[in-house]
Design a protein around this ligand. Sequence first.
Ligand code: FES
Length: 164
Amino acid sequence: MEKELLNVNQRRIVLKALGLFPLATGSILLNASLSGCSSTSEPSSNAVDLKVTDESALNNVDGFLRRTYGSNNNGDPIIIIKTFEGVYRCISASCPKNCEKKPKAPELGNPISKQIICETCPMKATYSTDDTSFGNVISGQPSQTLREIPSSYNPTTGILTLKF
Ligand code: FES
């Protein structure tokens, strides 16, 4: 009996960590939820779904959307760009160059002509948003490419899942 209670408590801890505890109060649901767990799975609370067909800004190739998702990405906005039909790339709006003398948080501007420029810094680092060279440095000598947020798109459901 004592051992069984300990197992239930352990399950609660795991489900809380996964953000599933309020949904899984019965033992059947507890067991079902745990059966899909593996040591490499990511907590579901860090996955955010976006129905791209509801976003007119993403109707056309090169369309983009700038949005903040709570505390994900350290509370900084992300930019979602439709780089190809059925292909969406997501980046942090923070400039990876992060210059020492930047006037404020280094924020990337909007993607134009398959490029994106750090507009809040005089160094004006420029990166590619073309799908074939996505994130690469064009000018401004940044030491790293754009920071891409992993995502997957399901064309059947029209859902883009962001994995923070
Ligand atoms: S912080 Fe982006 S170019 Fe300086």
